[in-house]
Design a protein around this ligand. Structure first.
Ligand code: HEC
Ligand code: HEC
Ligand code: HEC
Ligand code: HEC
Ligand code: HEC
Ligand code: HEC
Length: 302
C-alpha cells in the first residue's frame, strides 16, 4: 500500500513533465522521457550520496546510466526496452520500486501529503492543500458555486487518479463511469434536495470518485449554507476509514468467490473481497455503513 502510494505520488508530481507518447521514439530522437518518468539531468544535492552501483555523471549529474544498466538505453525505441531485465534498474531486480528509490531518497520524505487534512489545529484552512486540486484557493465558500468559480486542475473525473488507483475498493469498479438512467437521475435530484447533499456527476453524466466522496475535510465548506459541505462528520482525515472484523466474512467471501474469480480473470487483477464493518467513515457525502449513500441513488423494490 505504502509503495503504491509513493509511485502514485511520483506520477502526480511528474505528470506535468510527461511528453506525448510516440511508440517508436527513443530518448535521442524525441528528447522526451517516457510518461510519468523521474526527472533526469539534475546534479545530486551536495548533502546527498548514492551507493557505488549507481554511478553519477560529470558534475554529479543523475543520468540515464545512473539508474539504468541497459547499454545505449538513450537510443532504444521506448517500446523495445526490456523492463523485465535485471539490469533495467541497476542493482535489480528489486522486490518493490520503493526499495530502488531508497538508494537515494529517504522513503519517509517521499510519502504523499494527506491533502484531505485541510484544517490546521486552530481550524484555519491549509491553503497549500487547496491548490493540489484547484488552480487557486477558492475564496468564498459559503454559497454554492458553479464549476467556473472554483477551477480545478483536472476534470473532476480524473482528479483523484494521480494519487489513488482506479480500483481503491471493490465497489469503485462497478461504479467506474456508470451512468444513471433517467429514473435514477430523478431519484438523485430528489435525494439531494431532501438530504441537503450534493452528488455531482461528470460532464458526461457519469458517476465519478467525488460523486460519492467529499473531497474536502468536513468543516472546510459550511454545510448549513452550501450542500457541497455536507458529508459524514468524521473529525480526522488522518485516521482515515477504519474497519472492524465482521463475523460473516467467511460466508460472504465464499458466496462471492465465483463472481470475483471471473472478474479477476477478465481484468487480470487479483482483487480480494473482505467483508468488514465500517467503524469510522471519512470523506463520504453520506453514510455508507447504514446504506444511506447507496439509497440516495439506488431504489430497491421487494
Ligand atoms: C533516478 C533514476 C532514473 C533515471 C536517472 C532514469 N530513469 Fe528511466 N526509469 C526509472 C524508473 C524508476 C523507471 C520505472 C520502472 C518501473 O516502472 O518499474 C524508469 C523507466 C524507464 C523506461 C520504461 C518506461 C515505461 O514505462 O515503459 C524507460 C524507457 C526509461 N526509464 C528510460 C530512461 C532514459 C532514456 C533515461 C535518461 C534520459 C532515464 N530513463 C533515466 C528511473 C530512472
Ligand atoms: C540516483 C538517485 C535517485 C534515485 C534512485 C531516485 N531519485 Fe528521485 N530524485 C533524485 C534527485 C537528485 C532529485 C532532485 C532533488 C532535488 O533537486 O532536490 C530527485 C527528485 C525526486 C522527486 C521530486 C521531488 C520534488 O521536490 O519535486 C520525486 C517525487 C522523486 N525524486 C521520487 C523518486 C522515486 C519515487 C524514486 C524511485 C522510483 C526515485 N525518486 C529514485 C535522485 C534519485
Ligand atoms: C482532492 C482535491 C481537492 C482539494 C485538495 C480541494 N478541493 Fe475543493 N473541490 C474539489 C472538487 C472535486 C470540487 C467539485 C465537487 C464539489 O463541489 O464537491 C470542489 C469544489 C470546491 C468548492 C465549490 C463547492 C460548491 O460546489 O459550491 C469550494 C468552495 C472548494 N472546493 C474549496 C476548497 C478549499 C478551500 C480547499 C482547500 C482547503 C479545497 N477546495 C481543496 C476538489 C478538491
Ligand atoms: C458508489 C460510491 C463510491 C464511488 C463511486 C467511489 N467510492 Fe471510494 N468509497 C466508497 C465507500 C462507501 C467507502 C468506504 C467503505 C468501503 O470501502 O466500501 C469508500 C472508501 C474509499 C477509500 C478508503 C479505502 C480504505 O479501505 O481505506 C478510498 C481511498 C476511496 N474510497 C477512494 C475512491 C476513489 C479514488 C474513487 C474513484 C476511482 C472512489 N473511491 C469511488 C464509495 C465510493
Ligand atoms: C495529492 C494526492 C491526493 C489526491 C489528488 C487525492 N488524494 Fe485522497 N488521499 C491522499 C492521501 C495521502 C490519503 C491518506 C491515506 C493514504 O495514504 O492512502 C488519502 C485518503 C483518501 C481517502 C480516505 C482513505 C483512508 O482510509 O484514509 C479517501 C476516501 C480519498 N482519499 C478520496 C479521494 C478522492 C475522492 C480524491 C479526488 C477528488 C482524492 N482522494 C484525491 C492523497 C490524495
Ligand atoms: C451516485 C449514485 C450512486 C451511488 C451513491 C451508489 N451507486 Fe451503485 N450504481 C450506480 C449506477 C449508475 C450503477 C450502474 C447502473 C446500474 O446498475 O443501475 C450502479 C451499479 C451498482 C452495482 C452493480 C449492479 C449490477 O447489476 O452489476 C452495485 C452492486 C451497486 N451499484 C451497489 C452500490 C452500493 C453498495 C452503494 C453504496 C455504497 C452504491 N451502489 C452507491 C449509482 C450509484
Amino acid at each position: 500500500m505504502r509503495h503504491l502510494a509513493l509511485i502514485a505520488w511520483l506520477a502526480w508530481t511528474l505528470v506535468a513533465r510527461a511528453g506525448e507518447e510516440d511508440p517508436d521514439a527513443s530518448y535521442d530522437t524525441s528528447k522526451r522521457l517516457p510518461a510519468l518518468h523521474h526527472a533526469v539531468g539534475m546534479s545530486l544535492p551536495v548533502d546527498w550520496s548514492t551507493p557505488e552501483h549507481l554511478p553519477l555523471g560529470p558534475e554529479r549529474r543523475v543520468e540515464c546510466s545512473t539508474c539504468h544498466g541497459l547499454k545505449n538505453l538513450e537510443r532504444m525505441p521506448y517500446r523495445t526496452v526490456d523492463k523485465k531485465s535485471a539490469r533495467f534498474l541497476r542493482g535489480g531486480p528489486y522486490a518493490t520500486l520503493t526499495a530502488f528509490c531508497s538508494n537515494c531518497h529517504d522513503p519517509a520524505a517521499l510519502k504523499r501529503p494527506n491533502i484531505h487534512s485541510m484544517l490546521d489545529d486552530s481550524g484555519k484552512i491549509r491553503e497549500d492543500h487547496c491548490t493540489y486540486c484547484h488552480e487557486a484557493v477558492p475564496q468564498e465558500r459559503e454559497r454554492p458555486h458553479r464549476a467556473v468559480d472554483y477551477r480545478l486542475r483536472l476534470p473532476p473525473e480524473q482528479l483523484c487518479y494521480g494519487c489513488h488507483g482506479k480500483t481503491p475498493h471493490f465497489n469503485a469498479l462497478e461504479h467506474q463511469a456508470a451512468k444513471p438512467d433517467e429514473a435514477m437521475r430523478r431519484h438523485i435530484r430528489e435525494s439531494e434536495r431532501q438530504q441537503g447533499i450534493r452528488l455531482p456527476l461528470s460532464g458526461e453524466g457519469q458517476v465519478m470518485c467525488p460523486t460519492c466522496h467529499a473531497p474536502h475535510q468536513y468543516g472546510v465548506i459550511d454545510e448549513r449554507k452550501n450542500p457541497a459541505g455536507r458529508s459524514v462528520q468524521a473529525a480526522d482525515p488522518e485516521r482515515g476509514i477504519e474497519y472492524q472484523a465482521h463475523p460473516w466474512n467467511a460466508v460472504i467471501q465464499a458466496d462471492k468467490q465465483d463472481r470475483l474469480d471471473s472478474l479477476n480473470h477478465e481484468l487480470h487483477t487479483t482483487l480480494q473481497l473482505e467483508y468488514r464493518r465500517i467503524s469510522q467513515e471519512v470523506l463520504l457525502r453520506q453514510a455508507a455503513r447504514d446504506g444511506t449513500l447507496c439509497l440516495a441513488c439506488h431504489q430497491f423494490r421487494d
